[in-house]
Design a protein around this ligand. Structure first.
Ligand SMILES: *Cc1c(COP(=O)(O)O)cnc(C)c1O
Length: 376
């Protein structure tokens, strides 16, 4: 079976664990700090703050921005459910905006239509590694802070600017399904020093000093003061050590993924029913996934049948992600109908990600291509 995705770790990650395991410093420490510095540098931002996941990273951003009851946050209706959940963790209201099935990203005109006087932020998702159209979103929501859900977008760029530096703050994911991984894990980036400091405190229960400062200092009686209601969203130093190694491979991983994506696009160009991802000018795609749109008017059979046939041929596939407004919790909470966001509904029904990762061989790619071509 050719997997849809597999993490690519090797001997270097294994070796990197020897440091923290040997020293006994297992929670957030020197390896996390080094990972944060390297991540910030790679993404061209002054501040990076490691977290336990992208979900907790997004929550940290919203909490630090003071978003709460009575506030509205606009986000795409086609995304991973976490993008919406974090808004509810803060007691604010989720306002969905439809997506453009050509890019799978939030449609700027839908953002414009969703803005009210209660709108406190827009979460722009860079789905599958393609940056959302930030300039158009900014124009659609003038003066409203834009947060990047950059879960899939480590190493992506928009008009020459890396993801992570395109809005007020961004959150990345290191879940094994993303291109670099720490098992679970996330990273928040921002250029706003005040916001960064606030998020650093909130990550550690709202503590006024870090564990490292406490351990390194001369006053053994010192415990931090807690002036804020915070969380424990600290990354372990084991994850930090692995993350540092993975980050050093990011550009190679993206290069390999880009080569594979070009190969797919060429080989599948004549299959009229498979619309492969198009990359708008001035964007570099990070290829977290290769998600196609199966045109129902031309496909030889329904998408789900195509997915079953591919599975029988040893090729695993997945729907791109889901239309969150159609998930039971959101549907019931906000009384939504599938047709409220027709773009998202279409993406939910017709998207199909095919295998793309850094452990696939040339022969694996040939197998996937042959299997697709055999269907029609
Ligand atoms: C994976 C993903 C997340 C969640 O990331 P975690 O690190 O698992 O919390 C959020 N948003 C999008 C768009 C994702 O793809």
């Amino acid at each position: 079976m050719i997997q849809i995705s597999l993490p690519a770790t090797g001997d270097e990650e294994w070796q990197a664990l020897a440091g923290p395991l040997g020293s006994g410093w297992l929670t957030q420490g020197p390896n996390v700090a080094a990972f944060e510095r390297a991540f910030a540098e790679r993404h061209g931002v002054p501040h990076a703050i490691a977290t336990t996941s992208c979900t907790t990273g997004l929550h940290l951003i919203l909490a630090a921005m003071g978003i709460g009851p009575g506030d509205e946050v606009i986000l795409p209706a086609f995304t991973w459910v976490a993008t919406a959940n974090v808004v509810l963790y803060c007691g604010a209201k989720v306002v969905f905006a439809d997506v453009d099935p050509r890019t799978f990203n939030i449609a700027p005109d839908a953002v414009a239509a969703a803005v009210t006087e209660r709108t406190r932020a827009v979460i722009a998702v860079h789905l599958f590694g393609l940056c959302a159209d930030m300039e158009a979103i900014r124009a659609a929501a003038p003066g409203i802070p834009i947060i990047e859900d950059a879960a899939c977008a480590a190493g992506a760029s928009y008009h020459g600017v890396p993801a992570g530096g395109l809005g007020v703050a961004a959150a990345f994911s290191f879940h094994p399904r993303k291109s670099i991984t720490t098992g679970e894990g996330g990273m928040v980036t921002t250029s706003d020093a005040g916001l960064a400091e606030h998020m650093q405190m909130l990550r550690n229960h709202g503590a006024s000093i870090s564990e490292e400062q406490r351990h390194a200092g001369p006053r053994p009686y010192l415990l931090p003061d807690f002036n804020l209601l915070g969380f424990n969203y600290r990354m372990t130093d084991l994850q930090g050590a692995i993350g540092l190694v993975q980050l050093s491979k990011l550009d190679r991983f993206i290069g390999e993924r880009n080569a594979a994506a070009q190969r797919y696009k060429e080989a599948l160009a004549d299959l009229a029913w498979v619309r492969t991802p198009s990359v708008p000018a001035n964007c570099t795609h990070a290829w977290q996934a290769f998600t196609c749109y199966i045109d129902p008017s031309m496909a030889p059979m329904p998408r789900n049948r195509i997915m079953e046939r591919l599975q029988d041929m040893g090729v695993s596939t997945r729907p791109g992600t889901h239309a969150v407004h159609m998930l039971g919790y959101y549907r019931q909470r906000y009384g939504l109908n599938p047709d409220d966001f027709p773009g998202a509904r279409k993406c939910d029904a017709h998207s199909m990600a095919i295998p793309l990762h850094n452990r696939m061989t040339g022969e694996d790619y040939e197998t996937v291509i042959r299997a697709l071509l055999s269907l029609g």
